[in-house]
Design a protein around this ligand. Structure first.
Ligand SMILES: [Ca+2]
Length: 349
């Protein structure tokens, strides 16, 4: 009996020890996760890590904003901070507003996630003009491109809510597009930037019930834009362009403008994540040479490549058919001629 009691005691204390060790493991795991998330660190696909960079980010309650030189962000035009958003423009005619980072960005690989809201009283196609997100050499310059300067040097992402070019039947608005400017190329507002854009997508972002988000990723010179605008909580492809070369030390910004038509253009959050990406020595060297923004290859929207490709194929096909037909005619002709000669020879003898 005594032996049994001892055995029971031993097994109870072993179980306690096991439970204690399990509990402590859980606590350690919990603390690790808590510390990691408080640092703004998350694991990304393929082992790439992302770190939230607070100095380039904006979110409620929008601290670190204003005219003081210690603030990271500065206002321009009619933009204003409200409890739930930064209103770049109210739903009034001929208004411009912007917010610009004061800190030049030397992060090479990054992902920007923007929550925004575009809403107003105007009926469909009686609203405008949209908003833009920037990473440019110059900052705080009022102008004609969604409230910011034209002939910009850097990257512009446009959420264009009004079709200025009536001929754009194949594009449904609102339309999101991207442009890389080198200081000497104009954004053509009357053509909705069609002549210079790197492509884009339609996104129904206006007067929606659900929250609307945009993701811009710049990783190893590849520019990717995705949207999450239909309340499904998943990113949808919009634009993906390799060979986009952007120099370091540029400024992030967001701007908006209204004209005869208007909308509320609200920036709710602007979160910049640094991505940790491994590079080969060649890629390192390639990066150091970038002094002016450029794109290795841009599809010219005025040339219909599909049609051109088709016509080249047609010409090639016709050429092959002609050659084959010519050979057949020659061979058949020779055969018939030989037959004719043979018949004549037989008739003579
Ligand atoms: Ca437009």
């Amino acid at each position: 009996m005594a032996t049994l009691l001892i055995k029971l005691n031993v097994s109870v204390s072993t179980r306690k020890m096991y439970l204690y060790s399990l509990a402590s493991k859980f606590i350690i795991l919990f603390l690790t996760i808590a510390i990691a998330s408080s640092n703004g660190e998350n694991t990304y696909d393929d082992g790439i890590y992302e770190f939230l960079k607070r100095e380039y980010s904006l979110s409620k309650p929008y601290q670190g904003l204003g005219s003081s030189s210690s603030s990271h962000w500065e206002f321009m035009g009619n933009s204003m901070v409200m409890p739930e958003q930064i209103r770049l423009t109210p739903d009034l005619q001929s208004i411009q507003g912007a917010v610009w980072s004061r800190v030049p960005c030397y992060i090479r690989d990054w992902e920007l996630r923007v929550q925004f809201k575009i809403h107003g009283e105007g009926k469909k196609n009686l609203n405008g003009d949209g908003m833009a997100l920037w990473l440019t050499k110059d900052r705080m310059q009022i102008g004609q491109v969604f409230g910011s300067a034209n002939f910009f040097t850097g990257l512009g992402i446009f959420i264009d809510t009004y079709p200025n070019d009536e001929k754009q039947h194949e594009r449904t608005f609102p339309f999101i597009s991207a442009m890389v400017g080198n200081g000497s190329v104009s954004y053509d507002h009357d053509r909705d930037g069609r002549t210079t854009d790197l492509g884009g997508c339609t996104a129904h972002v206006r007067n929606t019930e659900q929250d609307t988000f945009l993701l811009i990723r710049y990783m190893k010179n590849r520019l990717t834009v995705m949207t999450d605008v239909d309340g499904k909580q998943e990113w949808k492809d919009c634009l993906d362009v390799p060979g986009v070369r952007l120099p370091q030390g540029y400024y992030f910004g967001a701007s908006s403008a209204t004209g005869d038509l208007s909308d509320n253009h609200d920036l709710i959050s602007f979160k910049l994540y640094e991505l940790t990406v491994e590079r080969s020595p060649e890629e390192e060297e390639d990066q150091q040479e970038i002094t002016l923004p450029s794109v290795d290859y841009r599809v010219d929207p005025n040339v219909n490549i599909e049609d051109e490709g088709r016509s080249i194929l047609t010409v090639f096909f016709l050429f092959i058919v002609s050659v084959v037909a010519l050979v057949v005619v020659v061979v058949v002709g020779l055969f018939l001629y030989n037959q004719y000669k043979e018949n004549r020879r037989k008739r003579f003898y």
